[in-house]
Design a protein around this ligand. Structure first.
Ligand SMILES: NC(=O)C1=CN([C@@H]2O[C@H](COP(=O)(O)OP(=O)(O)OC[C@H]3O[C@@H](n4cnc5c(N)ncnc54)[C@H](O)[C@@H]3O)[C@@H](O)[C@H]2O)C=CC1
Ligand SMILES: N[C@@H](CC=O)C(=O)O
Ligand code: NA
Length: 881
């Protein structure tokens, strides 16, 4: 539903006020004009559409008017209450009056029962609202009108056709009846009131394109006369209907009652027009697509205009013209929520900065149009030839297609424009035929159609004077991996229009909106493998999410968690305080493709990251595909980077050429900054010569604690319990885990090695390598304690300790993994717990290596390392650092 009121200042009520036009010879103190349009009254409660009955609405309006000061005149321009859907009868068609015409003109004789329905509905409503003389007067008028309508519909039925003026005559009756009913109701509440048939006042001239242009001079004359004759306090004016200069009834066509209010306000030089509708105001983006969209307090006329053009249901652009000319503000308010201040559309937005969280953001709002196609006309023969554009657009005009946006580069080799998808076939055929000769001669190389496109329009009055707006917009889109097909920005710069693939449009809208409007970095996350590391990460996210939101404007939402058997999905983010319970209550069968699709698509966030906390090669094999889809990947899983070399190189190449990120700090040294240190050295031009270290938290722990009389198997068991080992501890004891880390660092340093190129000294006794499970291995391990005890004792006797080390020999392009002996004074002998120690010898750090040391395994430090990769990603995506 929409309603409009033209108003003047009135301290006693915030609802309807306006100044009387000085040129009108009526009470000069104040006047209000109210217009309620004919759209259905709707709002959403629990997902259901609620209709406001005509009775309810009349009551709301009359109640408001009753509270008004007596010296205010109120013009109410209201639409046909009979068109409304009522609560009691939600199946009533929306456009009852149009329905009558449609039925009669298609010779459907159910128009007879339909007109009876219209009559009954109005009779019933009037009987509930009115009584006494007014009721009698209204019913007699209704009777008369209905018999005239019956006659006219009969004529339409016989002719099988309705002329435009017949149709306008029929549909205008709804307005007439509701205006009368409302005025009688207000009178009944004790306020002098009369109603205005705007066909006596609003004079319009039809234009060629099913529109009308108001004749302001004639309308003003007639309005003055009318006001002199009926100097009532309150005037209810019909919306939507008007007359031609020859007094033939007509309508405002597509533009409706908002337009009536705007024209009347211009004639009256009103102080303000209020449009009463069912939303709290104009949103910064369609709230059904962007959950964070906010109500704008102010909009300039131009901004509102741009928003309306680009499909936002703000106001019809024509409604803005009359008010803009006289600088009359329009207030959009919610009739169901009087506490919402609404949106003011005016000349210069007042207190603009109050709207905004950040002053640097000058973009007001975003709108989109779907179902478009781009047409690209290209060829060297166009450059410097006057008339090419005119020939192209002349041809488009001839097929009656509507050009929504045009873009031409200054090289003049191509012109591209967007038209509705439904019109593109005709446009393309017409262009091919018109330019056949040029195409044959090669002067034009192609007339190409790019289907399934959408427009994303970025609107803001102040974009014109602010550098960096388009850079920020394009950056936000690039980071969300969205490709822009065409761009248009006029020099007025109220609007930057981009054409994108339709499938990317909502994501683009969200990316742009969150970057500009909320200056917030939003990340949709999917966690794969909620085991020790994944589970700890989820708990860390739970504990830190609020602080990240508040301090750094980073909004991290876990949209799904999947294990190997079951998964949970959410549309707005899983409640991390209960993720374990939810996993038990609401899990569905795991399906990795469905999972990735859900996290990437079914939510309100432009950026997606999948965090692989498994040790699974299968999951790692998906990274390439995910990165290609623009999904960022973060992992502590070593399988991708230590797997087959060609796969690894392909993955890294894709990562380097895209805006999609792949971070894996925790694959070596858990949370210790090993990968980032190495990358930092390389990026700044240092050369890596040698990397040597204790890379296994498990083996470090084991050899740090395998002392005196302790058995080897006992210490292995402790390491497993402490969460240092791989899901299968044999991966640690066999040296494979260390070999993987050596390969990761070797490849990072530029070596092209396979895992099989690394000689590894395994600590898994030969006979236990064939154990079918890690449990069986753990059970049998004590039988082999003696072997390693002897080696330890031998080392101890010569003042040495055993340490399991990995080496990357960059100079000689090789690596190794082995158990070595170190003197007790050696730094490698000084470790404790699960410490890793990694020494980088480089051209800069030649005499003294760069050493990183600290706990290199365990749930908290590893999950912390993954978390810090997530924050690095957020910062790459634009979060404040
Ligand atoms: N534990 C540690 O200190 C460190 C571990 N890492 C790495 O972190 C990863 C996880 O290790 P943990 O949490 O200790 O192992 P874990 O065995 O506790 O957890 C792995 C989880 O992944 C799940 N999973 C396995 N295959 C899956 C699939 N195809 N789809 C979905 N879920 C699947 C398992 O059911 C389990 O819940 C491993 O890659 C490990 O190398 C890295 C650095 C240190
Ligand atoms: N199992 C690994 C965990 C880290 O990668 C280790 O012990 O170092
Ligand atoms: Na690390």
């Amino acid at each position: 539903m929409r309603a409009a009121a033209v108003s003047t200042p009135c301290p006693s009520s915030a609802l309807f006020h306006h100044h009387l036009p000085p040129r009108c010879s009526i009470d000069p103190s104040s006047r209000t004009l109210l217009s309620i349009s004919q759209a259905i009254v709707q709002d959403r409660h629990g997902g259901k559409t609620r209709g406001l009955s005509s009775l309810d609405r009349s009551r709301i309006v009359s109640e408001r008017i009753r509270k008004r000061r007596s010296n205010n005149q109120i013009f109410a321009s209201i639409a046909d209450i009979s068109l409304e859907q009522s609560i009691e009868n939600p199946s009533l068609p929306k456009d009852m009056m149009y329905d009558l015409v449609n039925k009669a003109s298609s010779r459907d004789d159910s128009y007879i029962s339909a007109i009876d329905n219209v009559f009954e509905k109005h009779k019933l409503t009037a009987s509930e609202l009115l009584d006494g003389e007014d009721l009698a007067r209204f019913l007699s008028q209704l009777h008369n009108d209905i018999s005239n309508l019956r006659a006219m519909l009969r004529a339409i039925y016989i002719a099988g056709h309705a002329t435009e003026s017949f149709s306008d005559f029929v549909v205008g009756h709804g307005e007439l009846w509701s205006a009368q009913m409302l005025s009688y109701t207000i009178k009944k509440h004790g306020r002098p009131c009369c109603w205005m048939d705007t066909r006596d006042v609003l004079i319009v001239n039809p234009t060629s394109s099913n529109q009308v242009d108001p004749d302001y001079i004639e309308s003003e004359k007639r309005l003055k006369k009318w006001l002199l004759k009926k100097p009532a306090d309150i005037i209810i004016a019909t919306g939507f209907i008007a007359s031609t200069l020859q007094n033939i009834p007509t309508t405002l066509k597509r533009d409706g009652s908002d337009f009536s209010a705007a024209i009347l306000s211009a004639l009256l030089k009103a102080r303000q027009v209020t449009i009463w509708t069912d939303v709290d105001g104009v949103f910064s983006a369609d709230p059904s697509k962007v959950s964070e969209a906010v109500i704008l307090r102010t909009l300039s006329y131009q901004e509102a205009w741009e928003m309306s053009y680009f499909g936002a249901n703000v106001l019809h652009p024509r409604t803005i013209i009359p008010v803009m000319k006289h600088g009359i503000p329009i207030l959009i308010r919610n009739i169901f929520n009087l506490s919402a201040p609404g949106t003011k559309i005016c000349q210069q937005p007042v207190n603009e900065n109050q709207d905004r969280k950040s002053l640097d953001s000058v973009v007001k709002a975003f709108a989109t149009i779907d179902n478009l196609a781009l047409v690209n006309v290209e060829g060297t023969g166009m450059a410097g030839i006057p008339g090419t554009a005119s020939a192209i657009f002349g041809t488009v005009k001839d097929v009656g297609a509507n050009v929504i946006m045009i873009s031409q580069a200054s090289s003049e080799h191509s012109v591209c424009f967007a038209v509705p998808e439904s019109e593109v076939k005709a446009v393309s055929a017409a262009l091919h035929s018109r330019f056949q000769q040029a195409l044959d001669a090669g002067r034009l190389s192609k007339v190409e159609v790019i289907p399934k496109c959408s427009i994303l329009a970025t609107v803001g009055h102040k974009m014109a004077s602010t550098p960096g707006v388009s850079a920020t917009l394009f950056d936000a889109l690039a980071k969300a991996n969205i490709n822009v097909r065409a761009i248009a920005q006029g020099c007025s710069e109220y609007n930057i229009t981009l054409v994108l693939k339709q499938e990317d449009c909502v994501r683009a809208l969200r990316a742009a909106h969150s970057r500009f409007y909320l200056s917030k970095t939003t990340l949709a996350m999917g966690i794969i493998g909620p085991g020790l590391i994944g589970g700890t990460l989820l708990d860390q996210l739970r504990d830190q999410a609020a602080a990240l939101k508040e301090k750094f404007n980073i909004d991290l939402r876990v949209m799904g968690i999947t294990g190997s058997r079951t998964m949970i999905l959410s549309d707005m983010g899983i409640d991390l305080s209960r993720w374990r319970e939810i996993q038990k209550e609401k899990a569905e069968v795991a399906d990795l493709d469905k999972f990735a699709k859900h996290v990437n698509e079914s939510h309100f966030f432009p950026n997606t990251v999948l965090v692989d906390c498994t040790a699974d090669t299968n999951v790692a094999n998906h990274y390439y595909d995910w990165l290609q889809k623009g999904i960022h990947v973060i992992t502590p899983n070593k399988k991708a980077n230590s797997g087959p070399l060609d796969r690894y190189l392909k993955l890294r190449t894709l990562q380097r050429v895209s805006y999609t990120h792949y971070f894996y700090e925790a694959t070596v040294g858990a949370g210790l900054p090993i990968i980032s240190s190495l990358q930092g050295l390389l990026e700044t031009g240092d050369k890596i010569l040698h990397i040597e270290g204790i890379f296994s938290g498990t083996l470090s722990y084991i050899f740090n604690n395998f002392k005196g009389t302790r058995a080897f198997s006992e210490v292995v068991f402790e390491a497993k319990e402490a969460g240092y080992t791989e899901p299968d501890p044999r991966d640690d004891l066999s040296g494979t885990d260390v070999a993987r880390k050596v390969i990761i660092l070797a490849r990072e340093s530029g070596l092209k090695l396979e895992l099989s190129d690394i000689p590894v000294q395994s600590l898994v006794p030969e006979t236990l390598r064939a154990c079918s499970s890690s449990d069986e291995y753990m059970q049998q391990l004590p039988n082999f304690d003696k072997e390693l005890s002897a080696e330890r004792d031998d080392a101890e006797a010569s003042g040495e300790v055993l340490r399991y080390v990995g080496v990357v020999d960059v100079v000689n392009e090789k690596g190794s993994v082995e158990l070595r002996r170190y003197k007790k004074e050696h730094p490698f002998a000084q470790l404790s717990g699960s410490d890793n120690i990694i020494a980088f010898t480089t051209t800069r750090y030649k005499d003294q290596p760069l050493i990183v040391r600290g706990p290199g395994a365990g749930a908290e430090v590893t999950a912390g390392g993954v978390f810090s990769d997530i924050l690095r990603l957020a910062s790459y995506l634009g979060a404040p650092s």
